[in-house]
Ligand binder design. Structure first.
Ligand SMILES: *[C@@H]1O[C@H](CO)[C@@H](O)[C@H](O)[C@H]1NC(C)=O
Length: 423
């Protein structure tokens, strides 16, 4: 009987030879090890935290939420998490009140200003996501964002609905993208952590959560907050995500940014893929023609291949290769920070020898695209958080930012669990 088990492999080795069989066996071992290591890290991370049941979720501290979120974003799913955040920003342009403001301020709709605004937005978001809730940099970034928003809020140009909607996408898009395309979905604990972290950020922004089912402050835990956001955002899109020429205008500019690293002759194809990534509601709101079914098929195939390769051929990303977005320490002389990662233009990237003469910089130079240190326009001297934003506001609001930062730090460090203060 035991022979019956070995028989097929003996036939196989007769077919492909002993070397081939050894190779296959090694591959099988490698694939198994990759898979096991991936799930082992997930399980180990879950064992580290005292959040096993739904009851425990309501006690999740802001700092733990941040730690869990960081491991999800920088180690487990760095690529798609980053793409999902970019797409979250993109999706907000399907709301006419948002796209109209953006195109009227001419920050995003003008080709020469679009990349800067995009980088600055991403930079402030990175600062408060990369640093823990009690960290000065996290709170300085929120204070700066609040200052920039307040100018338009006072003029009645940014509504609470738009703030709430944008925030909801930073929770919903990563979970949606990861569930659709990654090697595994986020667990309840991870979703709870993401939502708990964003609750502290939303509170620090002064967002009014009354419109949510358990709002303004009756959420059982991060998971319930997430579910409420999902329900509300869907209703809001039904109501507010409608076709508008400003949506199209801002979407076009952003798409141009997203495909700028692709050779010119391939850009029209790449655009079709961007449209294929939209659901029908967003596509109609952005006034794009439907693309061929083949584009949707190809997107699915690409993500399926990627999922297969990550799950079976790559071990989990080691800590030293974690995704870094901003420099950990300031320049000792100027006190400025640097971007460590860029896609379109090298804003705030320090032109170190390594950055300047890397393979990708040579490729960018050869294809006429900007690389670190190529021009002072991209501020190679780095940035100060309290000055990030549109040129005309660069020297405004610094003192106000300092005061708000201190207040936020006390508030966010003081609240152990953002859902414990309810009722
Ligand atoms: C939040 O919004 C609700 C409903 O619009 C309103 O009644 C409430 O006063 C607002 N809360 C704050 C703190 O502004």
């Amino acid at each position: 009987m035991s022979f019956a088990f070995f028989k097929p492999s003996m036939e196989l080795s007769a077919l492909i030879g002993a070397r081939g069989a050894t190779g296959l066996a090694l591959l099988a071992v490698y694939v198994t090890v990759c898979r096991v290591l991936r799930f082992r890290r997930r399980n180990k991370k879950h064992a580290e935290y005292p959040y096993k049941t739904r009851e425990d979720f309501s006690k999740m501290t802001a700092t733990h939420a941040w730690e869990i979120y960081r491991y999800v974003a920088s180690l487990e799913f760095p690529f798609l998490h980053e793409k999902a955040l970019q797409f979250a920003l993109f999706r907000t342009y399907g709301i006419p009140t948002i796209s109209t403001l953006l195109s009227s301020t001419r920050q995003l709709a003008a080709p020469q200003l679009a990349p800067r605004r995009y980088e600055d937005t991403a930079l402030l978001i990175a600062e408060f996501l990369v640093h823990p809730p009690s960290h000065p940099r996290s709170n300085e970034a929120i204070a700066r964002m609040n200052y920039l928003h307040s100018i338009y809020q006072r003029a009645g140009k940014i509504s609470n609905d738009d703030m709430l909607y944008t925030m909801s996408l930073f929770v919903l898009e990563p979970t949606r993208w990861i569930a659709s395309y990654e090697w595994r979905s986020m667990t309840d604990m991870e979703i709870c952590a993401l939502a708990t972290l964003w609750k502290t950020i939303g509170d620090a922004q002064g967002i009014n959560f009354s419109a949510l089912q358990h709002g303004p402050n009756d959420f059982r835990d991060g998971l319930e907050f997430y579910e409420d956001l999902r329900t509300w955002a869907d209703e809001y899109e039904n109501r507010a995500m409608v076709p508008d020429k400003h949506n199209h205008l801002v979407a076009e500019e952003t798409t141009a940014l997203l495909v700028c690293n692709i050779p010119t002759f391939l850009r029209p194809v790449a655009r079709n893929f961007v449209v294929a990534l939209m659901d029908e509601r967003l596509r109609k709101a952005m006034v794009y023609e439907p693309v061929l079914a083949i584009h949707h098929r190809l997107v699915d195939v690409m993500f399926a291949v990627r999922r297969f390769v990550s799950l079976y051929l790559f071990p989990p990303r080691p800590y030293f290769l974690r995704l870094k977005v901003v420099s950990e320490s300031a320049d000792p002389k100027s006190g400025r920070y640097f971007k460590e990662y860029y896609e379109q233009e090298p804003w705030y990237v320090k032109p170190t020898f390594w950055n300047r003469y890397s393979v990708s910089s040579w490729v960018r130079w050869a294809t006429g695209r900007p690389y670190p240190g190529c021009s002072d326009k991209f501020k190679p001297e780095g940035y100060q958080i309290s000055k990030v934003g549109p040129q005309k506001f660069e020297d405004k609001g610094s003192e106000e930012c300092e005061v708000v930062k201190k207040k936020l730090m006390e508030g966010r460090a003081g609240v152990e669990c953002p859902f414990a203060v309810r009722r």
